[in-house]
Design a binder for this molecule. Sequence first.
Ligand code: MN3
Length: 201
Amino acid sequence: MVHVLPELAYAYNSLEPFIDEATMRIHHDKHHQAYVDKFNAAVKATPLEEKSVEELLKDIDDLPESVKSAIKNNGGGHYNHSFFWPLLKKDVPAKGLVVDAIIKKFGSFDVFKKQFSSEALTQFGSGWAWLVLNEKKELELMKTANQDTPISVGKVPLLCIDVWEHAYYLRYQNKRADYIEAFFNIINWGKVNELYLAVMK
Ligand code: MN3
């Protein structure tokens, strides 16, 4: 199969002022496209060509050494960004069964926000912070370096923030904490809830 860049389901400027239009254009059209292109190049004319990106990343350790890092980085980049875009929407209230579960797990929404933000802030260099369900279907926070992804270690992602500088540098420069604070205004809790319910039903 040929892997393709998914279209955004919203306008590039619809996350303003929290994420600016220029960042969204470059991030989606250039960075994500580059992951897609390099991922396609890595699997082209190999038996791995027929597999989905999820299948490849879930079994990352079984892949031949010759393509493992290319798939981890570029397949991971494609998967993580494809997962990230639909999580973004302005003015969605933090509610639903997943938010109830978050409050139960972390004690309050504010404690969750603090801990998730801390994961995002302390990821050294490029990477992501995540809210996931673990093997016991319990909520858990984690961070991953580069384009590593929770599905490679058996977790089900529900929410993530991209903390590569390309995700925020135009508007926030070196102030990653301000970007993380702004991110809480553009979480599509409806989507997070849908992902949660798909596992918990
Ligand atoms: Mn990115």
